[in-house]
Write a protein that binds this ligand. Structure first.
Ligand code: NDP
Length: 515
């Protein structure tokens, strides 16, 4: 494995041994290294340093900050194998899963935010004609950095969903402290090493390794929190942010439905169903988690998907194209997946492929296809976050829509049909933050398209203008250049000026028909 370690500093005489967390390779069970478990005191110090470093970073301007982000982009290209190696080793995912998302997404995002930050955050001059009180004045909206942003990330995409959200925060002129998941901290430490090598001033980007308590301590210190993780933890994060009245953005869980209409290109839909439910071992917030297929094509669709999934190779990744489906990264996730499959079987579902933990080395669950499923089963209503694909027959798209919306989540969905107009019309009726027609997941790579959840799937968005403006506070500037000694509305009040103002307002707003 490529080296990225941040061993805790050894205890001095009479000091307690610093707490550490072991980092394991889920595909082999081997412990790779340990990282410090940072407590509130260390967090406080980290954030203080970040606060001191931030003004100079902001003062570099878009050009200066962009230069460092672009340098980091080239660093990633030059160190691609090392980056992928670190992600694969701590997440147990395949080379290709790390390549397309963790590496591919991030290398693009560095350039995107370097280029777009000045456009999205440029001063806006807004018109002053809508009220005579401000007519003729210069009105400017300015996007000022917040200060220190705390980013808390999950384990499924150790770079894309952790460091990926730090990039726009940095581009906006903030310092960032990143708290990665305790099971995948090494990728974030590698990103910190990269940023320093690329000339980022010290303490502008720091990584706080630790567990949930470290994340909670971070919220106690920063000026804004960007959280990606489960809906359950998201609620706790929002409560803590509310106590401090700091902005809080939440990218949470999902139960993404796929609706397959009878006129869909069945080969493409079946290939996509297999890929978008099993890539990254199904541990994707916008994974296809459940499928509804119109009756006339149900049997053919199930056959095609089953054939696809049967062919998937699984095991410890050993370089390029060595396996298709990787390990279960987070130990407790295995119990969730097993529990959902067992619950479905108990209630009458049938397994067509897989359906069990893979025997042998590492932590793997076999790619699994289930049929005869319904909404009494957890596998159709709760986030499974594993390599499972339950497929349900529906009489028509209306039934599929009703079932697709029968969930507390609203992250993402997909509709499959050759009738593009109908597909788009159906997509607009799905209660989700993003819906693809004849595609899935790839909208995440459209960095200028907002991505965020409805309902219990989140609050706020990443990407697009909103994805960077959220890391700023707006400052409104009103500048008066040419003006009389006294404006019409100022003291002393007089009958004449009151009448004049009255007439002016009537003239401006009182014309036109009534009723
Ligand atoms: P968790 O909610 O368990 O953890 C997320 C992060 O929060 C981890 O770094 C965790 O630390 C930390 N944390 C735990 N408790 C607290 C707390 N009280 N205060 C602050 N931080 C805390 O999620 P997972 O890591 O299990 O990630 C999987 C989930 O993430 C799935 O639900 C998935 O759908 C969602 N997700 C959503 C995405 C989106 O864009 N909507 C993208 C990717 C994933 P530690 O791990 O060290 O305990």
């Amino acid at each position: 494995m490529a080296s990225v370690t941040q061993e805790a500093s050894p205890a001095g005489p009479g000091e307690a041994t610093p707490a550490t967390i072991p980092v394991e390779n889920p595909a082999t069970g081997e412990v790779i290294t340990t990282v410090p478990l940072m407590g509130p005191d260390e967090l406080g110090q980290l954030v203080q340093k970040a606060r001191r470093a931030q003004p100079a970073w902001a003062a570099l301007g878009f050009e200066g900050r962009g230069q460092i982000l672009r340098r980091a982009q080239r660093w990633m290209v030059d160190n691609v194998e090392r980056v992928i190696d670190v992600v694969v080793s701590e997440a147990g995912k395949t080379y290709e899963d790390a390549q397309t998302a963790d590496y591919g997404y991030t290398v693009a995002a560095l350039g995107f935010w370097a280029k777009q930050a000045p456009a999205y955050l440029a001063d806006e001059h807004v018109p002053s004609w809508n009220n005579p009180i401000v007519a003729g004045k210069r009105l400017i909206v300015r996007y000022a950095p917040l200060g220190v942003v705390g980013v808390i990330g999950p384990w499924n995409y150790p770079i894309a969903n952790s460091f990926g959200d730090c990039i726009p925060a940095l581009a906006a002129g903030n310092s960032v402290v990143l708290k990665p998941s305790e099971v995948t901290p090494l990728s974030s430490l590698l990103m910190a090493e990269m940023m320093l090598e690329c000339g980022l001033p010290e303490h502008v980007f720091q990584v706080a390794t630790g567990d949930g308590s470290t994340g909670a301590a971070l919220i106690g210190e920063v000026d804004c929190v960007m959280f990606t993780g489960s809906t359950r933890t998201g609620r706790a994060v929002m409560r803590a942010a509310a106590e401090r009245l700091i902005p809080c953005y939440l990218e949470l869980g999902g139960k993404d439905p796929m609706i397959v209409c009878a006129d869909a290109d069945l080969d493409r839909a079946a290939n996509a169903a297999a890929y978008y439910s099993m890539n990254n071992g199904g541990q994707v917030c916008i994974s296809v988690e459940r499928v509804y297929v119109e009756e006339p094509v149900y049997d053919r669709f199930v056959d095609k998907v089953t054939e696809n999934v049967k062919r998937l190779r699984q095991g410890p990744p050993a370089g390029r194209a060595s396996v298709d489906v990787g390990a279960v990264t987070f130990p407790p996730q295995m119990e969730v997946v097993e529990g959902h499959v067992q619950d479905a079987l108990d209630k009458g579902a049938r397994v067509l492929v897989g359906g069990q933990r893979r025997p042998g080395q590492g932590r793997f669950y076999e790619p699994t296809v289930l049929v005869d499923v319904d909404h009494s089963m957890k596998i159709m209503t709760e986030e499974t976050f594993g390599p499972t694909l339950p497929i349900m027959k529906v009489s028509d798209a209306e039934e599929a829509l009703r079932l697709a919306n029968d969930t507390a989540y609203g992250l993402q969905a997909s509709v499959w049909t050759r009738d593009i107009e109908r597909g788009e019309a159906l997509a607009r009726r799905v209660e989700a933050g993003a819906v693809c027609v004849n595609d899935a997941q790839v909208n995440y790579s459209a960095l200028n398209l907002p991505m965020g959840g409805w309902k219990s799937s989140g609050l706020g968005t990443r990407h697009g203008a909103g994805g960077i403006r959220k890391y700023t506070q707006t400052q409104s500037l009103l500048v008066t250049r040419l003006a009389p000694k006294r404006d019409l509305h100022m003291f002393p009040y007089s009958r004449l000026r009151t009448r004049l103002l009255h007439r002016l307002l009537k003239l401006l707003y009182g014309r036109g028909p009534r009723g």
